[in-house]
Ligand binder design. Structure first.
Ligand code: SAH
Ligand code: SF4
Ligand code: F3S
Length: 444
């Protein structure tokens, strides 16, 4: 590659899960600390970081079409294009292969190695291509700069990696083994986020409820410490595994007021044979019992989950069990996906791969049921009074958008500002959002 002047502007595009969003923010902070500025909206950047997701085939292939578009749209008069870095889980999974397939890429950097990005950018400007996909547990966090200004709702990665090895999933390979970040580092980072303007912190991990400190205290301990921080109003956590839902964490939903009444607990399927083939290590019934325990301590909790339809070998009757489970739970919101065979995972070579049309039909039926329940949940909220954390301006004059305690999108008009926690009455519900009446501004 030809040498280029060092980049002055960057753009980070994150795909996939919230942990990628967090990593994208940290990469932006790193580049900012090097004196590189965010490219203004709509303008080309000297450096583009594609922070990729490998979870399904579509997500993984997107990176190559994005690279093609950047090269085509942004070729400058002197024939050069922006420097391109591929980060995230595709970088980890494909490494050198990306360099072969995409000559325009000059940096490939995995999720555990992105603290090396500034050096890689300097090398790229000199015309060298580098691949960094080492997985040294935690080294990255120590090398990152302090948190800068953040929005009212901030992410904090507390746990990374996964040891569960569900047979369809790439995460244990792209993110490595489960590690918990140290308690004191997390408290310091949370404090930094609050000082930078966060009023809500969402604790993140591929299995966030598997977080432990070095004395084996669970996530509820961290939540309790954060709840004592003045200025921080709300705490959430995601994503949890059913088997790591301890009594202590469940009780935190009763005892800690700042812990919001929302639980994302993926189940994937409602049939025990399928769950076993997925290596989920819970049954439909043990999952439902966890939800019962949570509802017993926090009756208004909003429940959420993830589903996969068309896992290899799933029959029509087994799929019906998923619909039954959905009916039994009454979710507030969910994510649902068609099974996507991922290279290197055990399920990819299992017998009984399900035809695309069958998966389409199952997904449609599942989503119809989930949409029905989501609307019902929202409609049941009408008339309730609650707080809304104001996150941004709405489309209309004087309109504001924010989230209810149950993670519903809420819009209202009136006197408010981004970061306010206001009292509202929910007045009408749609499938994806609710409207509200401002009761009185609660500047805190
Ligand atoms: N660690 C989390 C989330 C992992 S990825 C958990 O275990 O819940 C997010 C979701 O993507 C999963 O919950 C699953 O529903 C979906 N997913 C993962 N691998 C997939 C695959 N190969 N095909 C389709 N969906 C998949
Ligand atoms: Fe993937 Fe299963 Fe781990 Fe979730 S628990 S990240 S679905 S292997
Ligand atoms: Fe995707 Fe990696 Fe997250 S594969 S879902 S970005 S952990």
């Amino acid at each position: 590659m030809r040498p280029t002047p060092p980049p002055r502007t960057y753009r980070v595009k994150s795909f996939g899960c919230q942990m990628n969003v967090y990593d994208g923010e940290r990469m932006a902070e790193l580049l900012g600390a090097q004196g590189i500025s965010p490219a203004p909206e709509g303008e080309e950047a000297d450096l583009v970081v594609l922070n990729t997701c490998h979870i399904r085939e579509k997500a993984a292939e997107k990176v190559y079409s994005d690279i093609g578009r950047i090269v085509k749209d942004w070729r400058r008069e002197d024939g050069t294009s922006p420097l391109i870095a591929v980060a995230g889980c595709v970088a980890q999974a494909e490494g050198e292969e990306i360099m072969r397939r995409a000559p325009a890429v000059s940096m490939v950097v995995g999720p555990q190695a992105y603290h090396r990005l500034p050096e890689m950018v300097a090398e790229a400007a000199e015309g060298r291509r580098t691949v960094e996909t080492d997985m040294p547990a935690e080294a990255k966090f120590a090398a990152l700069p302090a948190r800068r200004k953040v929005g009212p709702s901030a992410f904090l990665t507390v746990q990374e990696g996964c040891d569960k090895f569900c047979t369809y999933c790439v995460v244990p390979y792209t993110r490595g083994a489960e590690i918990s970040r140290p308690y004191k580092d997390l408290v310091a980072e949370a404090q930094g986020l609050v000082e930078a303007g966060a009023r809500e912190i969402t604790l993140l991990g591929q299995n966030v409820n598997a977080w432990r400190d070095d004395t084996n205290r669970g996530l509820e301990k961290l939540i309790e410490t954060l709840a004592a921080m003045p200025g921080l109003a709300r705490i959430r956590y995601t994503t949890s595994h059913p088997n790591d839902m301890t009594e202590g964490l469940i009780e935190a939903h009763r005892d800690i007021e700042k812990l919001m009444p929302f639980l994302h607990l993926p189940v994937q399927a409602g049939n025990d044979r399928v769950l076993k083939a997925m290596n989920r290590s819970h049954s439909a019934d043990s999952y439902l019992r966890v939800l019962d325990r949570v509802r017993a301590v926090r009756p208004d909790i909003a429940l959420s989950g993830d589903f996969i339809v068309g896992f290899p070998g799933e029959t029509d009757a087994e799929f019906e069990d998923t619909l039954k489970l959905v009916d039994a739970v009454g979710y507030a919101q969910c994510f649902s996906f068609k099974y996507s065979a991922r290279p290197g995972t055990p399920a990819a070579t299992m017998d009984g791969q399900v035809a695309a049309e069958v998966m389409d039909e199952r997904l449609q039926r599942l989503q119809a049921a989930l949409n029905r329940d989501q609307l019902a949940f929202n409609q049941a909220s009408v008339g309730k009074r609650c707080t809304v954390l104001v996150e941004r301006k709405g489309r209309h004059e004087g309109q504001w958008l924010g989230k209810s305690p149950w993670l519903q999108s809420v819009h209202f008009t009136g006197e408010a500002a981004i970061g306010d926690l206001v009292e509202v009455e929910l007045t009408a519900a749609g499938p994806n959002s609710l409207s509200a009446r401002l009761l009185h501004p609660a500047h805190a």
